[in-house]
Ligand binder design. Structure first.
Ligand code: S3P
Length: 441
């Protein structure tokens, strides 16, 4: 198989401290907002992954000057609605739903037609979920059934809107928030709870935003067309990338790991709450605040006994990118675990709920998979002896990395295709796995 990774040995015990790369959601949001600020914004520890580089390339095409070196990234914003580009341009969002959906919010003013395209995986994903609310501002879209490629023509006179976000999607919420930035008047969003990095950045920048917390949803009010000051930011480590190493450590033998400076924003840390319910000890230390975000060090060690979980649905949004890893814990746990109302997983880079079930079945774990739920019959004694092939998964980075964690902890003879998929979110993943002592080819 082309470009595959082969793993035939579980990882030997390790005791290490590691750093993880910058948070993807914050990196993309920082760059998009910096493009709207008046003046030079600088970031350190910006994630150097394809999703973020695609973001910078889209902004460059829109006339924004950017300097990106090993040490820092500088974006020279020229204020709200100051994109400057040729008549018919084409932007490529690559693999990134966050980039594709959020940037549309900044384009509702475009005078000319802008085309937005993406890779094979992104072209299968739903864009109606953002084009429908953005149309209410006055922008026009053409697409084939809400899929990429699409075109947008903006409006010179956007109207503020009232919008109800009921999927728990931070991408939908943020796309509308970005459109509100450039729209005179008050936009009101009633949003099911989801990651709130955009809200925190807006608040930090002094953009007029009011967030009222209600049971199950947030009411967000934004007054647009206020000048944005430059944003200097040190991006914290990504909890979703850290999660691969957290679960690897828990499922390994006699191992310990400390990860430093991880973003532990409560809208992202469903995984920590789920680990606690499953009887897993995890230590969070040196907690501090940074520009509205919360940061801490995380310590975990191997854990022999795991409890099955009937996962409360209130954790779904704050765990959305970590479910594949939680499924591996459920595979090792004693008893049957149950996860409900998670059909959104099938809207990701691959149909991830289906892939989660497939990986477990290949490992010899029984699952009952429905449209929006899964039951996992754990087996604490599972030791895989057979050959397992993982391929044709639309190069979903999280399917790849989850399979690597499974191979290094449950045994078996694995071959996993498309190792380049890690470039999307976590380019140093394989190098870091090797540093811990894993033997992989
Ligand atoms: C993201 C939001 C989530 C998440 C994705 C990143 C973001 O998607 O799965 O990896 O940065 O806003 P949804 O908001 O569509 O659930």
């Amino acid at each position: 198989m082309k470009n595959s990774l082969k793993i035939s040995n579980i990882i030997p015990p390790f005791r290490k401290k590691i750093n993880i790369e910058g948070d993807k959601s914050i990196s993309i949001r920082w760059a998009l907002l910096a493009s709207q600020a008046s003046g030079k914004s600088t970031s350190h520890n910006l994630l150097r992954s394809e999703d973020v580089i695609d973001t910078l390339n889209c902004l460059k095409k829109l006339g924004i000057k950017i300097k990106f070196s090993k040490k820092s990234c500088q974006i020279f914003g020229q204020g709200l609605n100051s994109f400057n580009y040729d008549k018919m341009i084409s932007l490529n969002a690559g693999n990134s739903g966050t980039l594709g959906r959020l940037i549309l919010g900044l384009l509702i003013h475009s005078r000319n037609i802008i085309k937005l395209k993406g890779d094979e995986s992104l072209s299968k994903r739903d864009f109606y979920r953002v084009t429908k609310p953005l149309e209410k501002f006055g922008a026009s879209f053409k697409s084939n059934n809400g899929k990429l490629p699409l075109t947008i023509v903006g409006t010179q006179y956007p109207r503020p809107i009232k919008y109800r976000e009921n999927k728990g999607s931070a991408q939908c919420k943020s796309s509308v928030m970005f459109a509100a930035l450039n729209t005179k008047g008050k936009t009101i969003i009633k949003a099911k709870k989801s990651r709130n990095h955009t809200e925190l950045l807006f608040k930090y920048l002094g953009i007029p935003i009011k967030v009222t917390k209600r049971i199950g949803y947030d009411l967000i009010e934004i007054n647009g067309r206020r000048n944005i000051k430059p944003i200097n930011y040190k991006i914290p480590s990504d909890i979703s990338s850290s999660a691969f190493f957290i679960i690897l450590t828990i499922l390994s033998k006699n191992s310990e790991l400390t990860i430093k400076d991880v973003n532990i924003n409560p809208t992202r840390t469903g995984i920590i709450k789920i680990l606690k319910i499953m009887g897993i000890k995890i230590k969070i230390s040196n907690k501090r605040s940074y520009k509205g975000e919360k940061i801490a060090n995380i310590y975990v060690r191997s854990q022999k006994k795991l409890k099955a979980i009937n996962c409360p649905t209130k954790f779904n949004s704050s765990t959305i990118d970590e479910f594949l890893l939680i499924f591996l814990l459920a595979a090792r746990a004693k008893g049957v675990s149950c996860f409900k109302k998670i059909s959104e997983l099938n809207q990701k880079e691959s149909p991830r709920l289906i892939w989660g079930s497939k990986i477990l079945n290949k490992m010899g774990i029984k699952t009952i998979l429905k449209r929006d739920s899964i039951k996992i019959y754990g087996n604490p004694d599972l030791k895989i002896k057979k050959k397992i092939l993982i391929k044709d998964y639309l190069k979903d980075h999280r399917v790849f990395m989850t399979s690597v964690v499974a191979a290094l902890t449950f045994g078996g003879d694995w071959e996993i295709s498309d190792k380049d998929s890690i470039k999307t979110s976590f380019p140093s993943f394989i190098r870091k796995i090797r540093i811990l002592g894993a033997k992989i080819r």
